[in-house]
Design a protein around this ligand. Structure first.
Ligand SMILES: Cc1cc2nc3c(=O)[nH]c(=O)nc-3n(C[C@H](O)[C@H](O)[C@H](O)COP(=O)(O)OP(=O)(O)OC[C@H]3O[C@@H](n4cnc5c(N)ncnc54)[C@H](O)[C@@H]3O)c2cc1C
Length: 504
């Protein structure tokens, strides 16, 4: 049993990466009377990648009351209306598709898209492509920002940002809220003999640090959860082969498209994330199929970039999750709790969800009993496994034939929920009914599943030509052009506002 009020707690967060600072902001915001200290090591740098988000991050800043016009200029940030996926399919007419963040603006065109897709699955009519039916697709391509000129139009969007700058911004914001920051390295973790809870941390220069609750944000090393408690780690490696990434920055594009581009290459896929002053690129691949050097070479030639020395970084990734994110008086958040590869940029969403769910479990006046802890763990596991289903679907449904990697991805095992969805889609069953039936297990909702499966051309009649819906596409384009401003112009206005405020 843990104290019944988070507000009364003395809490230590270990780790000053994005996860640590997001956790610090949320906890201090919701529980201003909690004593929150964050320890960040000067020996281990944050991972420094993770530059794309889902719309969850918008809620995060809304919760903190921080406006886009305040944080975006400081973090080199841009808007994201969705993700473009070129090269995942060889089906004619379906070589590339856009996965939009869905909004109410899409309803008039999205419903016909679902219906046409279902018909095509039954062999009635020709396959349709999602690019014709969602407003965010032309919006992103045209370099517009998904912030409606009319504020009553509610549209979801995510962001791209410089990970290091975001960390610095969040640190300042947390300190302003009253979070104490200690620069030190934790060498040892002491447990209570009686109940096995964490008692104190041995730091290199600040001595022993004690608290009632600890948050492990130490990244892949998982100092508290994995090294100290040796909590069970459920690997996703059988489902997802990618375990490495190589990254490089290039110049900013002249048109600032509000989209991440995730292009399938020979042994994985490459992201392109447009920031205001530069473009972030990375190749996520499997070390079983490709060496570091091969991956670096393939990425640089794909980008047409010169070798840029120190600019190129190689990273390892461990894919999977803990079974228990909250164990005794330790909550694991961020890479320490697990990681699904960054194909849909979901890691910070899981950070936010874990911390929010943890905080909410203290809402009731009841004492926080172990079943609350179990509920938090179950919810986080459910969301993580739901994300895994969606990420896995990209690999399972690919139709590339050029390398062993892509052929093997097609033959790899899939988690049970995904297996049900794929079978239903392939057999032309009532896909909506199956989605409804699996609803509790799904992290991604109806539009995302249709977009992925139709967008990759997974139709029985895939030999037929794609049916272009000129009318729907024109409607979406007109809506985008009418309702949304140019992204560069909007971001410039934000920067000018920040400068003017600094002067006054
Ligand atoms: C290739 C790649 C691409 C990614 N892309 C995305 C993306 O597009 N979108 C997204 O949401 N996420 C993405 N992620 C995930 C994202 O990078 C992380 O979720 C995010 O940066 C949070 O990391 P973290 O804070 O958990 O860990 P880290 O950034 O590794 O921070 C760990 C912190 O712990 C501290 N620490 C470690 N040991 C000690 C110790 N003994 N004592 C004291 N302090 C210690 C370190 O100093 C550091 O401050 C990506 C990850 C990878 C690998």
């Amino acid at each position: 049993m843990i104290n019944n009020s988070l507000n009364g707690l003395n809490l230590i967060i270990v780790g000053g990466g994005t996860a640590g600072w997001m956790a610090a902001n949320l906890i201090k915001h919701h529980c201003p009377d909690a004593e929150v200290t964050l320890i960040e090591s000067d020996k281990v740098a944050p991972i420094g990648v993770g530059e794309g988000s889902t719309p969850y991050l918008k809620q995060f800043f809304n919760t903190l009351g921080v406006e886009d016009s305040v944080w975006m200029p400081e973090c080199d940030a841009t808007y994201k209306a969705g993700i473009r996926f070129p090269g995942w399919s060889e089906v004619s007419g379906f070589e590339s598709y856009f996965h939009p963040f869905f909004s109410e603006l899409d309803i008039p065109t999205a419903e016909p898209f679902f219906e046409f897709s279902k018909k095509a699955l039954r062999g009635v009519g020709q396959p349709v492509h999602p690019d014709d039916y969602f407003v965010n697709q032309p919006l992103a391509a045209l370099g517009l920002a998904p912030v409606a000129k009319d504020p009553s139009l509610n549209i979801d969007y995510g962001y791209h940002f410089d990970a290091v700058k975001l960390g610095q911004f969040l640190k300042r914001n947390a300190q302003n809220l009253g979070v104490k920051c200690v620069i030190d390295h934790v060498d040892k973790v002491f447990l209570n003999d009686k109940d096995g809870a964490i008692k104190a941390l041995q730091t290199r220069t600040s001595g022993l640090m004690r608290a009632n609750m600890f948050v492990d944000c130490t990244g892949f090393s998982g100092l508290l959860s994995q090294q100290t408690y040796a909590l069970t780690f459920k690997s996703y490696a059988d489902y997802l082969f990618n375990d490495r990434a190589v990254t490089v920055m290039t110049k900013a594009d002249s048109t600032l498209q509000a989209q991440t581009t995730s292009t399938a290459l020979k042994n994985g896929w490459a992201w392109k994330i447009p920031l205001q002053s530069r473009t972030g690129n990375g190749y996520v691949y499997s070390s079983k199929y490709c060496s570091n050097d091969q991956a670096e070479h393939e990425l640089l030639s794909f980008l047409g970039a010169e070798k840029q020395g120190a600019n190129v970084r190689h990273l390892s990734m461990k894919v999977g999750r803990l079974s228990e994110h909250w164990h005794k008086n330790c909550l694991s958040v961020g890479l320490s709790q697990g990681f699904i590869e960054p194909l849909e940029a979901t890691a910070l969403m899981l950070v936010q969800y874990t911390v929010d769910t943890f905080i909410r479990s203290f809402d009731s006046a009841k004492p926080v009993l172990e079943n609350n802890q179990q509920q938090v763990n179950d919810k986080v596991n459910c969301l993580t496994d739901g994300v895994l289903d969606y990420i896995c679907a990209h690999y399972r449904m690919n139709s590339r034939s050029d390398t062993a990697y892509w052929r093997d991805c097609r033959d790899a095992p899939v988690p049970p929920t995904l297996a049900i969805l794929i079978e239903a889609w392939r057999k032309g069953e009532d896909f909506d009914a199956v989605l409804q039936h699996q609803h509790n297990e799904l992290a991604y909702l109806r539009p995302s599943w249709y977009v992925l499966l139709a967008g990759m051309g997974c139709f029985k009649s895939s030999n037929c030509h794609r049916q272009f819906d000129q009318i729907a596409a024109a409607k979406c384009k007109a809506k985008a052009q009418h309702a949304f401003p140019d992204q560069r112009t909007l971001l410039k206005a934000y920067s000018e506002r920040v400068k003017a405020k600094a002067k006054s």
